[in-house]
Design a protein around this ligand. Structure first.
Ligand code: AMP
Length: 215
């Protein structure tokens, strides 16, 4: 099963992708996570990607496509995978499609996690992340016990540069211009499904499984 999670930054793609990956027993692949892991490890790729991530723009297609294709070629992806945050441009989608075609393969579903921009701005502006273990919090919905300190490892909990309000607004603009056209791209292929991203997280997995059953 090969699934793509679509939706604006902060729509809840990652949370749903993780639940589905566990349910189907296949890897959850987030290009954002790969970039952040590289940055943490101090690789050239990480430092290059940081310039774009901090500004809220997209990392160039050639770089992104290469890391994604390398990742899906790994052995643990043979049974399928859930892509979270890739593709983000029509070009990325076309390259992925062409590469899969060479292997006589294809994407099974693209799921659009639909949420209004207003909810996203509120969600992301309140999001906090631990610099040490990566645990995520929200100042209103899931606060840390002690302000600024991670409940799990006591690491420093911060507002990520790309979650700053002006960056969030810019990322939404980038999403509408460059990524939203993918909804039509996959609709034309008959594999687009919708889920309501403002729905409760406890029912998120059931909602996705239901959406996949719809023809
Ligand atoms: P995310 O964690 O998915 O929100 O990604 C964080 C940042 O990584 C994005 O704002 C982009 O700068 C970069 N990024 C992640 N995935 C892609 C992609 N498929 N294409 C271009 N840039 C990406």
């Amino acid at each position: 099963m090969k699934i793509i999670m679509l939706g604006a930054p902060g729509a809840g793609k990652g949370t749903r992708a993780a639940l589905m990956a566990e349910h189907y027993g296949i890897p959850h692949i987030s290009t954002g996570d790969i970039f952040r892991a590289n940055l943490k490890a101090g690789t050239e790729l990480g430092l290059e990607a940081k310039k774009y991530m901090d500004a809220g723009t997209l990392v160039p297609d050639d770089l992104t496509v290469k890391i994604l294709l390398d990742r899906v070629a790994q052995k643990d992806c043979q049974k399928g995978y859930i892509l979270d945050g890739f593709p983000r441009t029509i070009h990325q989608a076309e390259v992925l499609e062409a590469e899969l075609e060479k292997l006589n393969d294809k994407i099974d579903f693209a799921i659009d996690v639909d949420v209004s921009d207003q909810i996203i701005e509120e969600r992301m502006g309140g999001r906090r992340v631990c610099t040490k273990c990566g645990a995520t919090y929200h100042v209103v919905h899931a606060p840390t016990k002690v302000e600024g300190a991670c409940d799990k490892c006591d690491g420093e909990v911060i507002l990520r540069a790309d979650d700053a309000p002006e960056t969030v607004r810019y990322r939404l603009k980038v999403y509408h211009e460059q990524t939203k056209p993918l909804i039509d791209f996959y609709k034309k292929r008959g594999i687009l499904r919708y889920v309501d991203g403002s729905g409760s997280l406890s029912e998120a997995l059931t909602a996705v499984i239901e959406a996949l059953k719809q023809g």
